[in-house]
Design a protein around this ligand. Structure first.
Ligand SMILES: Cc1ncc(C[n+]2csc(CCOP(=O)(O)OP(=O)(O)O)c2C)c(N)n1
Length: 670
């Protein structure tokens, strides 16, 4: 078809191209090239395949669309506008401006119709795998004969950059293994990235690679042939046992006489003159901006309004389902609202000091297994470490291609994909996902943790083996800077409980937490269980920090710690008392929860007049200065650990009662 044809489909595609380049030109910032090449793919999805309702962007059975190549955001915004979402032409005109909903990259929560925030290449691809896992799980749990409640598809447009990123390889391998036939990804194969032709760095055979991952791979030779793209998507839909990749050979900046097929079209506006040439090429008025032919708007709005009918049909189906399966329906409605069943807290185990020592990872395993029956939507797994992280739900099956109702996930040794998949799962209403590995390997999961924090969604990251207490494994496995770096992430809550009962309270917070992701940090080594009749109650964990043990007389010193170091400062308090030194002991499992407390409460724990304070944590000291004041001291790790038995390391690095006592007397000038 001629590029300037007035055929409604061609005209619709061209309109999206023009809106995208005008948005970038007006903002004088952004990526015009990708939308120009990828518009036919987007058109095929929005006009012919996707089930969506622009009037309710949260409809549970909508198909998901993920623009993994988030830099092409104007393409997605254009289609949201054209199909009738709550996105106006003015929104397109305020692309990338302060407080506009059309941010540089699509942001979840900021604009309706964006299912996940994308931009860091590879993430959207891997998030999509999490969405697909969640769809299969919901279908397995809730669909019944005659009630296909959840049968949606996960669509994405992915780019060369996505294909180059490592996280994509992990996620694609997992998706192939799990046979996620609900995935259809269109690969914008334009051979161009920022530095030029991709052949300077990327010459592998992507199609063969995905076939090796057990994907269904098709190729469309001409990215402007939207009928060929339709045919490929139709084939992909017919393939229900394998994820589908459709490699579409496109041209970046198609329609731009001077920028087509060049990296020059990538990260900057085309320029006013070039924009005019593009408009001429597509038969648009070069003097107009943001031109939307009336018939195009009518066409796409018509497509969008079909969604109202689709959702109404689904609602009717759900109403019938409610009659046939009242318990399941109520269960789904409750979890989709993000509510927990009544009295679920009663399932939380209580631990007795008399039971002896227990690692917090072990306590966590007991808590998780106690919660699992009452919280059927709590699902998760680990990156091949469940015996170590103690995150396996013993009474439940594993999730697999054959059994997507399973609640235990074997992510394989793929921390990157696990983190990103958890985000996709957390973005699926009703699912409370967790994923576990060693704290040191949280390093492999920083991008998804950060994105979860930006999106304010609630996956639970479980990180065990949380200090030099791991001992013999040595420096490579001993976390040092991880706590400080996680605490520096806005919207993220980090909890490092001191014993088994605090661990139960930490899980209580985790499964009910809203407004951001949560990290639970557990020990490998056994710890005493703090006597609940003698010390501050573990429920106080919700306040982030609390007085665990007050001194017999007015305190002259505060000892504070998190996790395994809390029992050390308790023992130190007793040793100091023998010397006539009165120390208050504060357990401080979560800085973020503490910062949310009232000034009065904070003052009650850390009175301004009591400035002799010592913080003890087997990690980087960074950040503790705020709590110990300029009159205090920090016993922490100022470098890496060493491979040795844990007790030898505690001696070597000063995590002993003797050292805490010495530092205390020094601080007090005694
Ligand atoms: C993880 C990550 N690294 C780097 C970037 C910066 N970046 C944005 S777009 C881009 C090139 C993308 O090329 P491609 O995916 O082929 O998109 P196209 O050139 O087709 O628009 C890069 C390196 C990014 N967004 N994410």
């Amino acid at each position: 078809m001629e590029p300037n044809s007035r055929d409604i489909e061609q005209l619709g595609i061209n309109t999206a191209r023009i809106l995208s380049i005008d948005g970038v030109q007006k903002a004088n910032s952004g990526h015009p090239g990708m939308p120009m090449g990828a518009a036919p793919m987007a058109h095929v999805l929005w006009a012919h395949f996707m089930n969506y309702n622009p009037k309710n962007s949260h409809w549970a059975n909508r198909d998901r669309f993920i623009l993994s190549a988030g830099h092409g955001s104007m393409l997605q915004y254009s289609y949201l506008y054209l199909t009738g979402y709550n996105v106006s032409l003015d929104d397109l005109k305020s692309f990338r401006q302060l407080h506009s909903k059309t941010a540089g990259h699509p942001e979840y929560g900021l604009i309706e119709g964006v299912d996940v925030t994308t931009g860091p290449l590879g993430q959207g691809f891997a998030n999509a795998v999490g969405f697909a896992i969640a769809q299969k799980h919901l279908a397995a749990r809730f669909n019944k004969p005659g009630f296909e409640l959840f049968n949606y598809t996960i669509y994405a447009i992915v780019s060369d950059g996505d294909m180059m990123e490592g996280v994509t390889s992990e996620a694609a391998s997992l998706a192939g293994h799990l046979g996620l036939g609900n995935i259809i990804f269109l690969y914008d194969d334009n051979h161009i990235s920022i530095e030029g032709n991709t052949n300077i760095a990327f010459t592998e055979n992507v199609g063969m690679r995905f076939e090796a991952y057990d994907w269904h791979v098709q190729t469309v030779g001409d990215g402007n042939d939207f009928n060929a793209i339709k045919e490929a998507v139709k084939n992909a839909k017919a393939e229900t046992h394998k994820p589908s990749l459709i490699k579409v050979r496109t041209q970046i900046a198609y329609g731009s006489p001077n920028k087509v097929n060049t990296a020059g079209a990538h990260g900057s506006p085309l320029g006013a003159e070039e924009v005019k040439l593009v408009k001429k090429f597509f038969g648009f008025d070069p003097e107009q901006s943001f031109e939307v032919p009336a018939e195009v708007l009518e066409y796409y709005r018509g497509k969008g309004s079909e969604g109202t009918k689709l959702e109404a049909e689904w609602n009717a189906l759900f109403a019938k389902y409610k009659v046939e399966y009242p318990e399941l329906a109520a269960e789904y409605e409750r979890m989709a609202k993000g509510e927990l069943p009544e009295n679920w807290e009663a399932a939380l185990p209580k631990f007795n000091a008399a039971d002896g020592k227990m690692a917090t990872r072990a306590a966590s395993g007991k808590v998780l297994n106690a919660l699992a029956p009452v919280l059927p939507n709590l699902i998760g797994g680990s990156a091949d470490l469940s015996p170590s992280t103690e995150t396996f739900l013993k009474a439940y099956d594993s999730y697999s291609a054959e059994n997507p109702a399973g609640r235990n996930f074997h992510f394989g040794i793929r921390e990157h994909a696990m983190g990103s998949a958890l985000n996709g799962m957390a973005l699926t209403a009703g699912i409370i996902p967790y994923g576990a590995t060693f704290l040191i390997f949280s390093e492999y999961m920083r991008p998804p943790i950060r994105l979860a924090a930006i999106m304010k969604i609630n996956p639970i990251f479980v990180f065990t083996h949380d200090s030099i207490g791991v001992g013999e494994d040595g420096t490579t496995h001993q976390p040092i800077e991880q706590l400080a770096s996680l605490r520096s992430i806005p919207n993220l809550t980090v909890i490092r409980p001191a014993d088994a009962n605090e661990t139960a309270q930490a899980w209580k917070i985790a499964v009910s937490h809203k407004g951001g992701p949560l990290v639970l940090v557990f020990t490998r080594q056994a710890l005493p269980i703090l006597d609940q009749d003698k010390y501050g109650k573990a429920e106080n964990l919700a306040k982030g920090a609390y007085i665990l043990s007050e001194s017999a007389e007015s305190p002259e010193l505060i000892l504070m710690a998190t996790g395994s170091e809390v029992s050390l400062i308790l023992a130190s308090q007793a040793a100091l008392a023998e010397k006539g030194i009165h120390a208050r002991v504060v357990s401080m499992p979560s800085w973020e929860l503490f910062e949310k407390q009232s000034d009065e409460y904070k003052e009650s724990v850390f009175p301004k007049t009591l400035r002799k304070r010592i913080a003890v944590e087997m990690a980087s000291p960074m950040g503790w200065h705020k709590y110990v004041t300029d009159e205090g001291a920090i016993i922490a790790m100022n470098g890496y650990g060493e491979s040795a038995p844990a007790d030898a390391l505690y001696q070597e690095f000063g995590f002993t009662v003797e050292n805490v006592v010495n530092q205390s007397t020094k601080l007090l000038g005694k």
